[in-house]
Design a protein around this ligand. Structure first.
Ligand SMILES: C[S@@+](CC[C@H](N)C(=O)[O-])C[C@H]1O[C@@H](n2cnc3c(N)ncnc32)[C@H](O)[C@@H]1O
Length: 266
């Protein structure tokens, strides 16, 4: 008799700080058989998972994919067909520049049941830890999430809808094309002195923030050898950092995983 098909949980791990994991995600991680995870998932999260749970690293780093997307899709189907409960754990939220939709389409075609557990996306988590509210009644009435990643190098975006007043622009994967992006935003009407920031490894103890303007940010960012993931936020809300950047203040306690461990022990 063939084994019943298992199930895949597509789970968002949040942007870095392990305590930003949802309770539902933690419950699913504790009860699954195998985890297929990305590079952006905090190692502390994987340490909290019971030892018997198999961990498979599916990778992904800018310009270098450890497992091609179609192999990841196939792997999820194969694991579920072995009757296992699979967690596909992705950084941030799986439906925000996470290819979560593509992975689920393969599961639908293969008849594999699934559930989605949303996560805190980088825009929300990193903005919060950098002291940058994405909307504010005095600054921005709308917020746009865009990707700077393109197959051919040059950002290909709808500049007219992006370059609107009183709007915050959050750019995922925007470090490499930062100079071109800032230039296009100014060319399409945003002021060169509009505040802009690049935040590396947001929500983690090693978070670094470079803040300037559309004119100065590319040079400022080039001086810092960013190595981790970087989120770019453009808009006058960035100026609020001067008063709201709580996470970088020396009196703020280190991010710790203790609370989450306590929760698990009960
Ligand atoms: C492939 S996208 C995945 C986004 C993810 N699904 C989310 O909802 O946050 C990866 C990009 O997200 C951004 N990112 C993710 N985590 C970040 C962090 N902790 N700090 C800064 N940027 C981050 C960076 O722009 C990075 O290149």
């Amino acid at each position: 008799m063939s084994k019943p098909v298992g199930k895949v949980y597509l789970v968002g791990a949040g942007p870095g700080d392990p305590e930003l994991l949802t309770l539902k995600a933690l419950r699913v991680l504790e009860s699954c058989d195998v985890i297929v995870h990305d590079r952006l998932v905090a190692p502390e999260l994987l340490e909290m998972v019971p030892a018997h749970v198999e961990r498979i690293f599916a990778g992904k780093r800018r310009d270098f994919h450890f497992l091609p997307q179609h192999d990841i899709n196939r792997l999820l189907v194969e694991l579920a067909r072995q009757g296992r409960t699979v967690v596909r754990l992705k950084g941030g939220d799986p439906f925000v520049f996470g290819r979560g939709g593509e992975e689920l389409e393969t599961l639908v075609e293969a008849g594999v049941p699934f559930e989605v557990v949303p996560g805190v996306s980088a825009a929300n988590g990193v903005g919060a830890y950098a002291g940058i509210p994405l909307t504010h009644r005095d600054h921005a009435q709308s917020v746009l999430f865009v990707t700077g990643h393109t197959k051919h190098g040059e950002p290909d975006l709808n500049w007219t809808s992006i370059c609107q007043p009183r709007q915050t622009i959050v750019i995922y994967m925007g470090l490499k094309p930062l100079r071109a992006l800032c230039a296009r935003l100014v060319q399409h009407g945003l002021p060169a002195d509009l505040p802009a920031a690049a935040i590396e490894s947001g929500t983690l103890p090693e978070q670094r923030v470079v803040a300037g303007t559309l004119a100065s940010l590319p040079d400022l960012a080039a001086k810092v050898a960013f190595d981790g993931p970087v989120l770019v936020i453009v808009g006058s809300v960035v100026s609020l950092r001067d008063r709201l950047a709580w996470f970088e203040r020396p009196e703020h306690p280190e991010v710790s995983t203790e609370l989450l461990r306590e929760y698990q022990d009960h």
